[in-house]
Write a protein that binds this ligand. Sequence first.
Ligand SMILES: *Cc1c(COP(=O)(O)O)cnc(C)c1O
Length: 499
Amino acid sequence: MEYQSTRDSAVRVSSAQAITQGISREGGLFVPESLPVLSPEDYRSLAKKSYVERADAVLSRFLTDFTGEEIASCTRAAYTSDRFGSADVAPLHSLDDRTHILELWHGPTCAFKDMALQILPHLMRVSAGKTADGKEIVILVATSGDTGKAALEGFRDAPHTRILVFYPEQGVSPMQKLQMITQEGANVAVCAIRGNFDDAQSGVKHIFTDPAVARKLETQGMMFSSANSINWGRLVPQVVYYVSAYCDLLASGRLREGQGFHVVVPTGNFGNILAAYYAKQMGVPVSRLICASNRNRVLADFLQTGVYDRRREFYATSSPSMDILISSNLERLLYHLSGRDDAVVRDLMARLSADGVYTVSDAVKKRLQEDFTGGWCDEEQTASTISSVWREHRYLCDTHTAVAVHVCEEYRRRTGDGTPCVIASTANPYKFSSSVASALGADVAALDEFQKVEELHRLTGCPVPEPLAAIQGKALRFTEVCRREDMEQMVYRLLHIAE
Ligand SMILES: *Cc1c(COP(=O)(O)O)cnc(C)c1O
């Protein structure tokens, strides 16, 4: 299996190359040249297997230049019970017989990013062994909060690797910030930027694709790679949990073989829902992909109209990991839906960067709407959903998950469609204690972050994840802030390279 660039189909690389490089040189994203399909017998047999065995089956279809042993070494190093709480790495919690919450936050940083970022360092190690000629890999990350911490935790003290994380100074939750600035490890650095996530992401992309920067790193025996979801190594592990959810539903009899279900995903950069789209192409009977946005509803509007228009006000919401107006992974979907037409993608991306808006063709819009439905949820609805789910089901969900639950309920009301739904739950509620406790009616404004956590625990009795409790009292290691224009200089400084 080879990988093509969305902006130049003639570029073809192995999966190891796609993972070490992160992004194609002309700025395109790597996609597999074809999508493997698993048979009904494959699913039947995977239903009896463990999460790591399901991961082996999916990864081996995509990473064809990895040996079976290499893949197994990665999956077993990543998805251990002591890091994910049990061998059931991504468990389903059913609210009723047709509403299943896929809990993706049992990893060490309590957000779904761990599902990919616990294994990415291992995939990167194997890939670099095949392609990087002994260079030191510098992982550069832009984060809306959860990716940064998960990447730091995944890559900390990984040999021949350094990791630098940029986050928007005002754009992450207090707990997310604390998690990052207290990060331990000798090869890590974190810096805030004055700007929002889109500024951080475009700054990082710019540094990545600037040949002068690449040459400078080369002279130091270093090369960049990415831990953002532009990296194929981030996406492929996410396909696994949709396959696994289907297998769990089959194994427990909650779904019949081949019975369709919808997947509802709280969406920002479009990585998680794109993984569900890939799972569907692989034969998982996903009926509709329901894309849930917060007040930054650029995707909901796009799915309805075919016009992607980022020229709008940016809102800081209670679901900050979805406060994004430029959803990078949409580029991959556009490539697939346009019949792998790189000229179409180049044109749309050029328009987005020059004008901030593009319109897809009627044919692409039609294909888009065959698979995807968009919806969105405002701040008040997010809070009232947290509260109603708690009242009716005694289930505590975080703000991002609540956005998806609301969009799911709204979809059902609008359409009368009773198809079972799997709702991706992307963070543990204690990562957003302030918003979640307020939604339950507590007045926590005067409390510090850890008192808010305690208050939420007092109100609900839900266990506080150990890694979050342990942050209290840790030293603040990284308190620097830089301007967006200074990110490149900051990279050199953090790497101790002369400018
Ligand atoms: C990253 C993140 C999202 C958005 O996921 P994408 O793959 O970027 O669409 C949603 N919720 C949480 C908690 C996240 O950390």
